[in-house]
Design a binder for this molecule. Structure first.
Ligand code: ADP
Ligand code: MG
Length: 701
């Protein structure tokens, strides 16, 4: 088990990365490929053909037998269809072959992917096309080629295409602003970078297999509170259990081979909850790598007889899981534009980009909310463990001081660096950060990046970054429109900064986002509070947002309508599956178990009375009464839920259907769970048909 691993040797060993290309491609081809990527121009067929040949030889040497276009349809998970490299050459023989055409595009029979009406089933054609800006890699003896996916008519059907488009928009508008200011950094392009911290739960696989809800929906639909939850706060950063450590070691190795910068690992707040943070990289790669990370986590867990739960809320009553999206913008020559430097008050370019983020967050708060909307994330947002559904921005003491000074027209005094004193002489002293952290904020400035904490643990990183890139590109484009016309760019820049902070100050909030006071205060400030996916998604149809996406060529109206429809369809389907799973578990598992236990209690009473009529049966009788009453309720609430599930199917309008699921089905489900959890608390353990919360949360040692 503990054989020594040479990390630099294995790192990226399954990736067709820059080093491999430089070594293996003809020099001229390598240079041309890079030039095309750098200038974002389409590749010629000749280059693709040469790359394909070299890619295939490399992959075959590594043991690959198949290839696939690896893409991200709107299901949110990745899709692949494997083709082998074999090509018959007569006499019953084959050669291993891979052509430029096969590298560039493929035509999966794609009518079964969600398209939101963009592609009628009789027009099944969809194309995947190679994305040369994300490295190909080998997984399960298959060469995976990161690809985009679109319909015959060119409409986007995936999560990668809009992300790449949004990066183009951000690059264009950021460069316009920098150029209007004389391009002080000497940049030729700008890109966005992301580090996505991934939270997850690990539980024993045998126990997982015993729970239909976990297997079918990824979360527990029933489960009484365990005697011990997370109240002792003893899990966060706690010692990692040996079995979990072995899983993490194994996971690191698999991820490193795939060139994923898996870096930080620790226990999270809830029992059985953990986190993995990679080192940040460009958003396109980070998004692909996060998809892979989630997949590999689940596979490695199986090897250790564990189940890795990536669901946002696997257990009621303890924290759910998120994915912190740490986002920054840098130039191609390595300047992080969101780094305030030593003297932020004087760093005007930083302040201008900060102003763009502040303005964008305020004007498009509804879109940010919609970008993280999913039925699973609805269970987490606003639950006093994750940020609320209200979008606000945390800037910290120093930046808020600067913004306030700019708004009031006063001079900013500056925040002095303070030395950290521990009270122990032998401990070295060091400078403290100029502001503390705020863990409750949905969108926080954290030193040289913004951390969007509303993203759900199972979500693709794509959508929130499409929105961040686009809304900031929009503000930068408006700034550029003004700056390009001005001779006195310094004056114009100061005015833009001042106006943005003055007009959009309401979005900045440094206090406790979990408090009820904030919800009231936010309402006074006119900030939106869209609690569920059913409420949030209409942002995609709002004229102002459609105009935004059309202006920057990210989505057209039709594509937005499709996304609206797919998300709400998914919302209804997810709740439908949960409701039906609950009904089945209530009927086939809980009811027989409780009846059996009630039978035992009734028999005990009868037997005792037959021995001696005067014997007290208080305990048995009162338990029996409680169980009887609640099993009646379980029956009634099941009937109601079953009827409502049928009613839900009658809706033809997706918006109305989603509203019905949100208002009626969700509350039926809550009621059913309440009855079942009372029954669980009052039924003998041997009779209860599935593992309890204590079993599940404390199963891994
Ligand atoms: P935490 O939020 O857990 O305290 P850090 O703030 O150190 O942790 O980093 C969290 C994540 O942010 C990591 O994935 C890290 O690589 C990423 N990160 C750090 N700097 C940047 C940056 N400039 N742009 C994007 N992500 C970054
Ligand atoms: Mg974080």
């Amino acid at each position: 088990m503990s054989e020594r691993i040479n990390v630099p040797d294995i790192f990226g060993s399954l990736v067709f990365n820059d080093e491999v290309m430089r070594k293996r491609l003809p020099k001229d081809t390598y240079e041309q490929l890079n030039k095309h990527i750098e200038e974002r121009k389409p590749l010629t067929f000749e280059i693709a053909q040469e790359v394909a040949t070299v890619m295939k030889s490399w992959a075959v040497e590594k043991g690959a037998t198949h290839f696939t276009h690896w893409f991200q349809p709107m299901t949110g998970i990745t899709a692949e269809k494997h083709d082998s490299f074999i090509k018959p050459v007569g006499e019953g023989k084959i050669i291993m072959n891979f052509s430029g055409n096969e590298l560039i595009h493929s035509e999966p029979d794609a009518s079964s992917f969600p398209s939101g009406g963009l592609r009628a089933t009789f027009e099944a054609r969809g194309y995947t096309a190679w994305d040369p800006t994300s490295y190909a890699f080998i997984k399960d003896n298959t060469l995976c080629i990161p690809s985009i996916f679109c319909s015959y008519g060119g409409q986007v059907l995936d999560k990668k295409t809009p992300l790449l488009r949004s990066l183009q928009a951000l690059n264009k508008q950021a460069m316009r602003v920098l150029n209007a200011l004389g391009n002080p950094y000497g940049a030729t392009s700008v890109n966005a970078y992301v580090g996505g911290e991934q939270e997850y739960f690990l539980i024993d696989r045998d126990l997982y297999n015993e729970r239909e809800d976990l297997r079918l929906t990824g979360r527990t639909l029933f489960g009484a509170n365990p005697p011990k939850g997370q109240e002792m706060e003893d899990h966060y950063f706690g010692t990692i259990k040996p079995r979990v450590k072995e899983f993490m070691n194994d996971l690191d190795i698999e991820l490193w081979k795939l060139g994923i910068y898996a870096n930080t690992e620790h226990n999270e707040v809830a029992p059985a909850q953990h986190e993995l943070a990679p080192i940040f990289c460009d958003v396109n790669t980070a998004t692909d790598q996060n998809q892979l990370t989630m997949e590999i986590m689940k596979i490695v867990a199986i090897r250790h007889n564990l189940a890795c739960l990536i669901h946002e809320k696997p257990f009621a009553g303890v924290n759910g899981s998120g994915k912190h999206n740490n986002w920054s913008i840098s130039t191609n020559n390595g300047v992080n534009i969101l780094d305030p430097g030593k003297d932020p008050a004087e760093n005007k370019i930083f302040l201008l980009f900060l102003a763009a983020v502040v303005k964008a967050t305020d004007e498009y708060q509804d879109l940010i909310r919609a970008s993280v909307a999913s039925p699973t994330n609805d269970l987490r947002l606003g639950g006093n463990e994750a940020p609320p559904a209200i979008v606000s921005l945390y800037l910290g003491e120093e930046l808020t001081g600067i913004v306030d000074a700019i708004v009031s027209g006063e001079h900013f005094e500056g925040v002095e660096k303070k030395v950290m004193k521990s009270g122990v002489k032998v401990i070295p002293r060091f400078d403290k950060d100029t502001s503390d952290r705020n863990r409750t904020s949905p969108f926080a400035f954290t030193g040289n990046k913004f951390e969007l904490r509303m993203v759900g643990s199972s979500a693709s990183l794509s959508t929130p970054n499409v929105v961040l890139n686009t809304i900031v590109a929009e503000e930068l484009s408006l700034f550029a429109d003004k700056l390009e016309k001005m001779v006195d760019t310094d004056g114009a820049m100061n005015k833009l900064i001042e106006d943005s902070f003055k007009e959009h100050n309401r979005i900045i909030f440094n206090g406790n986002n979990y408090s009820d006071e904030w919800a009231r205060e936010a309402e006074k400030r006119g900030l939106s509070n869209l609690k569920t996916t059913a409420d949030a998604m209409s942002a995609y149809l709002d004229d102002k947002n459609v105009e935004l996406f059309e202006k920057h060529k990210i989505y057209n109206r039709e594509e937005l309508e499709a996304r609206y429809e797919i998300t709400l369809e998914n919302y209804c389907k997810s709740l439908h599956i949960e409701a039906v799973t609950m009904l089945e578990m209530a009927k086939k598992d809980i009811t027989p178990a409780v009846c059996e236990y009630m039978g035992t209690l009734a028999n005990t009473v009868a037997t005792k009375k037959s021995v001696d009529k005067s014997l007290s049966c208080k305990l048995e009788s009162s338990l029996l009464e409680k169980l009887s009453k609640n099993s009646d309720k379980l029956y009634e609430t099941s009937m109601k839920l079953a009827e409502d599930v049928v009613k839900a199917e009658d809706f033809t309008d997706i918006t109305k259907k989603a509203d019905f699921y949100r208002d009626t089905i969700s509350s039926d489900m809550e009621e059913l769970r309440r009855c079942a959890d009372i029954l669980e608390s009052n039924t003998a353990k041997d009779y209860w048909p599935f593992p309890t919360y204590t079993d599940l949360l404390y199963s891994v040692v």
